[in-house]
Every structure is written in C-alpha cells, then in structure tokens.
Design a protein around this ligand. Sequence first.
Ligand SMILES: [Zn+2]
Ligand SMILES: [Zn+2]
Length: 181
Amino acid sequence: MKVNIAPLLKAPIGTQTDYAVTEAPIDPHGENAELLDASVESIDADIVATHTNPGALIEGEASAKVAVQCSRCLKPIQAPVRTHFAEQYYATIDVLSGDARDTAPRDAKTIGSDFRIDLTPLLREEVILATPLAPLCRPDCKGLCLVCGRDLNLEPHVHDAATNESWAKLEALKDFHPERE
Ligand SMILES: [Zn+2]
Ligand SMILES: [Zn+2]
C-alpha cells in the first residue's frame, strides 16, 4: 500500500497520520501481493507516520498469518506472527521548496520526489524478521520417526532393537559396492 506523505511533511514536526493495512487473504493481484512472496497469507497492521526532522518515522504493529512447515513433522501450517517496528524514512527533497536535502545515511530508507512511501515492502521485511525459524504445528509435535520416516503424531510406534538392526543392515548394504575383478 502506497501512502502519500506530502501533506504530513507540510505539517509541523510531530504531526501524525494513521494508516491501517488489513487484508485477509492477501489478493494476488492487489497492492499487497508482494507479501505473498514471503508466504504471508493475511495481514492486519496499524501504522503511525510522524513528521520528523529528517522525514517521517513509520511506526506500527502488525499481525500476520504466514504459511510455514512444522519443523518436526514438516506438515504445512499457518504461523501467527506479531511484530512491532519503527523505521525512519529520510526526505531527499524538500516538500515546500523542491530543493534537494542533505544526503541520507547509507542504507537508510528514503522518500523520493513523489513523496510516497510503499508500506508493503516494509511490512514484508518486518514479518519475515518476526517469523519463527523452527515453527511447530503444536508444542508437543512428535515429529517424524527417525527410522522409517512416518509421522509419529498419526502413527505412534516404536521400532524394537531387531528392526533397528535390520534397518541398519539395509543402510549398510546401500553403501556396499563389492569390488569385481
Ligand atoms: Zn508437527
Ligand atoms: Zn518408524
């Protein structure tokens, strides 16, 4: 979602504007489609833009649903992700005079000559950072059996020592390449 912050930059320093981004599910042809690249399926964000000396501080809170895989059983799941963020955007052009302003620090987010800020890439970045690295389908997910690979949540089982041994033998056979003369 692109927002025009020219009116904010014309208002006194400290002036705030609120924005809300709510989309569930994300429309693949809509203005927030970029979120789908990060597997974000829905988003609900409240954002406040404050006119600051260098430009605009974009601060907000977002809740998203992200499509991930359970790190133990590999089942596709939806992880709820919450994030709080604050990002300073630097104006590169003075909104009143049209003159170029002091250069922004390296790697800083800038506001171009159209005075629009695209909130979608910011939300995408923040949700990615807040997405758990090892999500679980449930806290006590039993995962996949290390011996046969079956889902231990669906088919709880143990292998007795003999079975383990025959699996071990099979594994050994796989790597066995007899030399021939
Ligand atoms: Zn799981
Ligand atoms: Zn098994």
